[in-house]
Design a protein around this ligand. Structure first.
Ligand code: SF4
Length: 440
């Protein structure tokens, strides 16, 4: 099979993995080397449905010994198969880099023969890239669950970011949909990588020239909608991964029905609105001081997809509002719908020297169409309906029920709708972008 055909097959097979944005690594180029990775991240690219992808995103192989029901590469799927050799991946990466097509590599693989064999080949590839080709660009590598720790450790010294996909949010779903996988074989290497990162940081304080171990941190991916777990369950898992494993990112991937399997839900379209709400909630966990159990509870375990999660929380806690912009502490300002982290910083700076008027808020970047219902400025409420939860809820409810559109397969789309407004007009650009930039 020629290289072009392999590339078609193996880049197409990699497109279902969304956990590939890059950041947090500042690998510098060295004399005679090729490329570097900047701390602000490289090669971010967005697919039409808003997912972040790197420009060379490939599988080493899609010949898998496993048969996970939701996966296009499962062994029972009648599908074109291919495997790159380490040298082929190096050649493509270097050629693409020299032509400015890419700035980094996102490399994953199906499990060929066994976990160690696959991990060994992945290691060999990045070793050759770094040592034979002097490639100093960004590399994000998917580690193979079940591979030996020393293999993962030596690979971690060569790559910028590593991730291990959890995919299914509970052991029950793992048993049902991917029975050959083992929860412990997924979590154990994540723990090792986390310990390695902590140890490496401490070593580098004493020995500045010690090689970096996974400097961009680790991430994972959870599939949303292939199994029955609620948003609460998914978000609680993410929260625990951030706290216990210091993960940089948890990515959410709306389940795409690519195989026929009776164990999978019968849906026509991926639940992308649900995925979008989870991304927004994820930002609230990481940057806004929320925890999962504040946003959702056993009575309401799933987000109302008609509202962003912060608005949803504010409506459920209306007794805390309206909040006085000139007095509320930072942690409460962050909880006002329509006021993002940057706006909070500006409000706090201005407040040190003068009081803030309602007119000032727009200049500061506050999204007044949401914030107006939850604030007062110098004691005055500016909402266009009285301060009353049902009235405010009604004003903020989109004209069309997003639950219906989600079921019909209406998807969030960045690019093919003029002015970024969904037609029929539902979500505005700031709402769509909030799951990417985190301003809520
Ligand atoms: S192990 Fe990975 S590549 Fe193989 S079938 Fe399962 S999800 Fe797909």
């Amino acid at each position: 099979m020629d290289l072009q055909r392999k590339l078609e097959i193996l880049s197409s097979a990699a497109k279902y993995d969304v956990s590939c944005s890059s950041s947090g690594s500042d690998r510098k180029n060295k004399k005679g080397g090729i490329g570097n990775a900047s701390i602000s991240g490289i090669c971010h690219s967005f697919t039409p449905d808003g997912r972040c992808v790197s420009l060379l995103k490939i599988l080493m192989s899609n010949v898998c010994i496993y048969d996970c029901s939701y996966c296009v590469s499962r062994r029972s799927n009648d599908f074109p198969r291919a495997t790159f050799t380490p040298d082929e991946i190096c050649d493509i990466t270097i050629n693409f880099y020299k032509r400015n097509y890419i700035e980094g590599l996102f490399l994953s693989s199906a499990i060929v023969k066994n976990a160690n064999f696959t991990m060994e080949k992945l290691y060999e590839t990045v070793y050759k890239l770094r040592s034979e080709h002097n490639f100093n660009g960004y590399i994000h590598l998917k580690a193979i669950p079940g591979a030996d720790q020393d293999l993962i450790n030596k690979t971690g010294l060569l790559v910028d970011r590593m991730s291990i996909n959890i995919e299914l949010p509970s052991s029950e779903s793992l048993k049902l949909l991917a029975p050959e996988k083992d929860k412990n074989k997924i979590l154990l290497p994540m723990k090792h990588i986390n310990n390695g990162i902590i140890e490496n940081k401490s070593n580098r304080k004493s020995f500045k020239n010690a090689p970096k171990f996974v400097p961009g941190g680790q991430s994972t991916q959870l599939i949303v909608g292939a199994s029955p777990e609620s948003d609460l369950k998914i978000l609680t898992l993410s929260e625990s991964l951030y706290k216990k494993m210091n993960l940089k990112r948890v990515y959410y991937s709306a389940f795409v029905p690519v195989t026929n399997d009776k164990r999978l839900p019968d849906i026509k379209n991926p639940p992308t609105l649900r995925e979008h709400r989870l991304y927004q909630a994820d930002w609230l966990l990481r940057f806004y001081g929320f925890n999962a159990k504040e946003l959702l509870n056993e009575e309401n375990p799933n987000f109302d997809i008609n509202f962003d999660p912060k608005t949803n929380w504010a409506l459920q806690n209306i007794h805390l509002f309206p909040m006085e912009i000139n007095k509320a502490p930072r942690e409460m300002l962050l909880r006002i719908p329509g006021i993002g982290g940057k706006s909070v910083q500006r409000i706090l700076s201005i407040r040190r020297v003068s009081s803030i008027s309602f007119e000032d808020l727009k200049k500061i970047g506050v999204v007044l169409k949401r914030a107006q219902y939850f604030i007062t400025c110098n004691g005055r409420y500016y909402g266009d309906v009285s301060f009353d939860e049902p009235l405010i809820r009604n004003r903020l409810t989109p004209k069309e029920d997003l639950n219906i559109l989600e079921n019909q397969g209406e998807q969030l789309n960045f690019f093919d709708r003029p002015g970024f407004s969904l037609s029929p007009a539902i979500l505005k650009a700031d709402d769509i972008f909030s799951s990417v930039i985190g301003e809520l």
